[in-house]
Ligand binder design. Structure first.
Ligand code: ATP
Ligand code: MG
Length: 241
């Protein structure tokens, strides 16, 4: 389980996360939505230790990661995978090398083991035939599916997605959402920052609505989308639905 307790984050005098508390239970899919600048990415980046919280605690499987040393930080990063809006693939490595690099380097897999895992993952995301291609030869949707496969190659317990479909042409959104839906069905624990309300509605166990650094609502999707409690959420939904 991931547990965030009274998290605050400031950049200089700008407090962008204000008293955030939430739980992501094993097997849950949590959709995080809200207007631009509300702190969604910063929240994910704090959970993944890409940002240091100003105040508060984050527990990952009962380990307080806000007081962690470097060695344990590496272990946590293995447990918590991240998929970004702009893919962040290694441009000078093939698809297969993108998938095998970290497992060999960080997880001490043999090359052979890593290739076997990568082959299975590429099959799972429908890209077996692209194993030897370089990222520049892939469509956006293919790149994002490779990025998801690469995150999975580390065998994470949690996957964080930061607007995984926002940089994609509309016709490529579905192929990526389908992969994410499959993962959810297989029980992967996921936190997904998204503007895809259909996905949130269909796949999420819980929707978290953020505005101006605060969580304003936490509710099951059917409740959130049909009966948002705050004016801010009503207003937001009117604009995006
Ligand atoms: P979007 O939907 O546009 O991605 P968001 O909800 O992800 O927005 P964040 O990127 O978390 O929002 O940003 C929240 C606030 O923190 C913004 O005001 C942003 O300018 C500020 N911010 C984010 N990262 C930094 C940084 N590294 N240095 C200074 N300010 C930052
Ligand atoms: Mg963001």
């Amino acid at each position: 389980m991931i547990k965030v307790e009274q998290l605050h984050k400031s950049f200089g005098t700008n407090e962008v996360l204000k008293d955030i508390s939430l739980e992501i239970k094993k097997g849950d899919v949590v959709a995080i939505i809200g207007p631009s600048g509300s702190g969604k990415s910063t929240l994910l980046r704090c959970i993944n230790l890409l940002e240091t919280p100003t105040q508060g605690n984050i527990f990952i499987d009962d380990q307080n990661v806000t007081t962690i040393n470097n060695r344990n930080m590496i272990k946590i990063r293995e447990k918590v995978g991240m998929v970004f809006q702009h893919f962040h693939l290694f441009p000078h490595k093939t698809v297969l090398e993108n998938l095998t690099y970290a497992p060999v380097k960080v997880k001490n897999k043999t090359k052979q083991e890593a290739v076997q895992i990568a082959d299975e993952l590429l099959k799972r995301v429908g890209l077996s035939e692209k194993a030897e291609a370089y990222p520049s030869r892939l469509s956006g949707g293919q790149k994002q599916r490779v990025a998801i496969a690469r995150a999975l190659a580390m065998e994470p317990d949690y996957l964080l997605f930061d607007e995984p479909t926002s940089a994609l042409d509309p016709e490529m959104v579905k192929e990526v959402l389908d992969v994410m839906m499959d993962l959810a069905k297989q029980g992967m624990t996921m936190a997904v920052v998204t503007h895809e309300m259909g996905f949130a509605r269909m796949v999420a166990d819980k929707v978290i609505f953020m505005d101006k650094g605060q969580i304003l609502e936490v509710a099951p999707p059917e409740e959130f989308f049909s009966h948002p409690k705050t004016d801010r959420a009503k207003d937001f939904l009117e604009k995006v639905l």
